[in-house]
Design a protein around this ligand. Structure first.
Ligand code: ZN
Ligand code: MN
Length: 517
């Protein structure tokens, strides 16, 4: 009999650590992961009886900003709730979170997969405090508690079960990280735990096989039923998210194939070293937490006026920037994505392009309005800029561990270099030499070109050298004419050497081939 096929249903819950100065309900310094343990604590975040939490307005503003960036509806009135559970990292015995009225609901995030945009719906976005951190000693004999992290503001972002496969889950998280960085509310560094993800996953027979599976396994429900899920907790790298989900698909597929689909929702942990997930416990239900309104903080309004102000101050989001780059600069999605991946890189790119327009118009041989000249050359020039930025400039930046904003290469000078290349005043080998000097000294590319005599030889200049090389290598020329075309490379090399690398190899090839026809 034909085996039953399954579809994967994934939803993500992501915690994002906010980079506020102070914690969510007290004045202790926030983001102190490098500080000595238990040095950024006070009676409030230690949960001493009789203390009162005071909400951090900046953190609430950040949550509103995040919710708007995820296209959520902002709740006009919201409040905090207590989520009760006991754990050594939770000194109060409850976490102050939001249950009934999250800051944002019903949003979405677009994820590009193979040129197609996939819309992942966001169910809710709420604010909550982080727990303390448990540190297990190396010998396994004891567990220590560092309360520095207790009370750190987090936003939790919950998707609908809209994610069809592990790769899309990874891409969603990468886009989420980028958005959080763009809007400046978090460093969103997964390695430092600023971004932590719980992944929910279940399988379901595909609609075509559903009736057959129903009969075979005695299932209840219909093609839209969600079956008991597995929640994989605390995934802290993009790689482990993808690996853990792939592992779960294999594990659950086996269960279904052996007629034992999961009966209850469970919580599992991911063992990155062994590459397996391990069952922790049966999943809690909302009622297990006994949520109730936080009595120490009254419900509060998020005024429409404030929301509009946050919206006005919002930066251009990565998705919009990519779209604009495609439209405005004639870039393809791949190039636009590379440039938009870092906001400072995108800013540098746009500064270069704007300088480039000015250079282009200043060139004598072109005529027309600035717009006309630009439209005619933009696709080619932008390709040149992206290529030289991502392959050459990035190499120097990475080698020297310098960010683009700290680099000595200014957008003005970079645009000038691109102009020199575009005008064929320098070939690509020497342009690389110039860029390295610009990188090291911050000098102007035209000055380096002149002082180091790196300008390109053209036309008659190359022609003369080609003539000499042909005349002084009769044997090679004979071989070429006898059909051994590979020796052409040797002649090109000779000419390159004679011209001290200042001629364009392609021009040399053409001249040689023409002369030896
Ligand atoms: Zn505190
Ligand atoms: Mn949470």
């Amino acid at each position: 009999m034909k085996p039953i096929n399954f579809e994967t249903i994934i939803g993500l819950e992501t915690h994002v650590q906010l980079r506020t100065e102070s914690k969510l309900f007290c004045r202790c310094a926030n983001q102190v992961e490098d500080a000595e343990p238990n040095t950024s604590i006070c009676p409030v975040c230690m949960g001493h009886p009789g203390t009162l939490p005071v909400p951090n307005e900046i953190a609430i503003g950040y949550a509103v900003r995040a919710a708007l960036a995820m296209h959520c509806t902002i709740s006009a009135t919201t409040r905090f709730d207590r989520k009760s559970y006991f754990y050594p990292d939770l000194p109060k015995g409850y976490q102050i979170s939001q249950y009934a009225d999250p800051v944002g609901t019903d949003g979405h995030l677009l994820v590009a997969i193979g040129g197609k945009k996939h819309r992942i719906r966001i169910e809710r976005l709420h604010l909550e405090e982080d727990s303390a951190k448990l540190v297990h000693t190396a010998d396994g004999s004891s567990t220590l508690v560092d309360y520095n992290r207790a009370g750190t503001p987090l936003v939790e972002i919950v998707t609908k079960p809209d994610i069809p496969d592990p790769k899309t889950a990874r891409l969603f998280l990468q886009e989420l990280r980028l958005v959080m960085r763009y809007i400046g509310i978090s460093d969103a560094d997964m390695e430092k735990g600023h971004l932590r993800c719980d992944a929910n996953i279940s399988l379901r027979p595909i609609p075509e096989d559903f009736d057959r599976a129903k009969e075979l396994l005695g299932l209840d429900g219909n093609v839209n039923t969600l079956f008991p899920k597995t929640e994989i907790k605390n995934l802290n790298s993009f790689r482990s998210v993808e690996r853990a989900l792939n592992y779960e698909i294999r594990r659950q597929t086996e269960l279904w194939h052996s007629s034992k689909p999961p009966l209850n929702a469970t919580t599992r942990g991911w063992d990155e070293k062994k590459g397996v997930s391990v069952e922790h416990r049966e999943k809690e239900h909302a009622h297990d937490y006994r949520y109730f309104p936080e009595p120490d903080i009254p419900p509060f309004d998020i005024s429409q006026h404030w929301v509009l102000k946050v919206r006005d101050e919002m930066v251009e989001l990565p998705e919009d920037k990519r779209q604009r780059f495609e439209n405005q600069y004639g870039m393809n999605l791949a190039d636009a994505s590379v440039v938009v991946e870092d906001k400072t890189v995108a800013d540098f790119f746009e500064a270069v392009v704007s300088e480039l327009r000015a250079w282009l118009v200043a060139l004598e041989e072109v005529s027309g309005t600035e717009q006309e000249i630009w439209e005619k050359h933009k696709t080619k020039l932008v390709k040149l800029v992206v290529g030289w930025m991502t392959s050459r400039l990035f190499t120097f930046l990475n080698e020297h561990e310098i960010s683009i904003t700290d680099s000595k290469v200014t957008p003005e000078n970079f645009a000038e270099l691109i102009t020199l290349i575009h005008q064929r005043r320098v070939n690509s080998t020497n342009a690389q030499v110039i860029l390295e000097k610009m990188f090291l000294t911050g000098n102007d590319p035209s000055d380096i070109l002149e002082s180091d005599d790196l300008g390109q030889i053209e036309g008659d200049g190359i022609e003369k050298v080609v003539g000499t090389v042909v005349n002084t290598n009769p044997l090679i020329v004979e071989q070429y004419k006898a059909g051994k075309v590979g020796v052409l490379q040797f002649l090109i090399g000779k000419v390159m050497k004679e011209t001290k690398g200042k001629a364009d190899p392609e021009a040399i090839r053409e001249m040689l081939m023409y002369r030896l026809k």
